[in-house]
Design a protein around this ligand. Structure first.
Ligand SMILES: [Mg+2]
Length: 223
């Protein structure tokens, strides 16, 4: 009888404290989109970008100073990604309600009116003033060369050394082999890539730069 009471007690206890197991429900898409808009439009995104670029600039300044002391200075270079690193697609992304895989986005990009990401533009100008070679390495395809050049010029990026776009024959799932091969090419030409700045991890992995700096981008992912 004593054991029966104990069993009953245990059963009641388990009914009180054991809940049915549910999956963890992901965050609601509407809420996430609101967060994405708030992050940009309250200025937090810009503050975060500025912090990263400030660190990059300090490192670049130090490297320029030490390079100038060498009897045979190196050919210093920086590598910049374009979308969400040098130019912003935010106005288009918001207009499309963050559905970026859309023909409409392509048509908007073809208007070549992406505004600059200002901290990156400031770093670009600082590098240029200090005779650093600047290479743009983008995941945009080669067929977008002329509109990309137009957009870069319109946004204030002029005086760069070279623009590398993805060949139409490139079909790897990841941008890493393409982007790292370009950096190897630049290095083989005798440049020391001091900084590589991008908004995706795939912009930065694969070596051939002394330092990498990752800008925030909660809006899309490129493997
Ligand atoms: Mg990018």
């Amino acid at each position: 009888m004593k054991y029966r009471h104990l069993s009953l007690f245990c059963l009641l206890l388990s009914m009180l404290f054991v809940h049915p197991s549910y999956s963890i429900e992901p965050q609601n898409l509407f809420v996430i989109k609101k967060q994405l808009i708030n992050y940009y439009e309250t200025g937090h995104y810009q503050v975060d970008v500025q912090k990263v670029i400030d660190h990059a600039k300090i490192y670049l300044r130090d490297r320029i100073q030490s390079n100038n002391l060498l009897s045979h200075p190196k050919k210093l270079a920086i590598v910049l990604d374009i979308d969400e690193t040098s130019l912003s697609n935010y106005p288009y992304m918001k207009e499309l309600d963050f559905g970026i895989d859309s023909p409409l986005l392509s048509s908007l990009i073809f208007e070549s009116e992406d505004p600059p990401i200002k901290p990156t533009l400031e770093l670009f100008k600082y590098a240029l003033q200090n005779h650093i070679s600047i290479f743009f390495v983008t995941g945009r395809f080669e067929k977008m060369r002329s509109l990309t050049v137009n957009n870069l010029n319109r946004a204030g990026y002029s005086g760069w050394t070279e623009l590398f776009l993805k060949p139409s024959s490139y079909h790897e799932n990841s941008a890493i082999p393409y982007k790292s091969a370009v950096r190897k090419l630049i290095t083989d030409e005798g440049y020391d890539i001091v900084l590589n700045i991008g908004d995706q991890k795939s912009d930065l992995d694969g070596g051939y730069s002394d330092r990498t700096y990752k800008l925030p981008n909660p809006y899309y992912y490129i493997p």
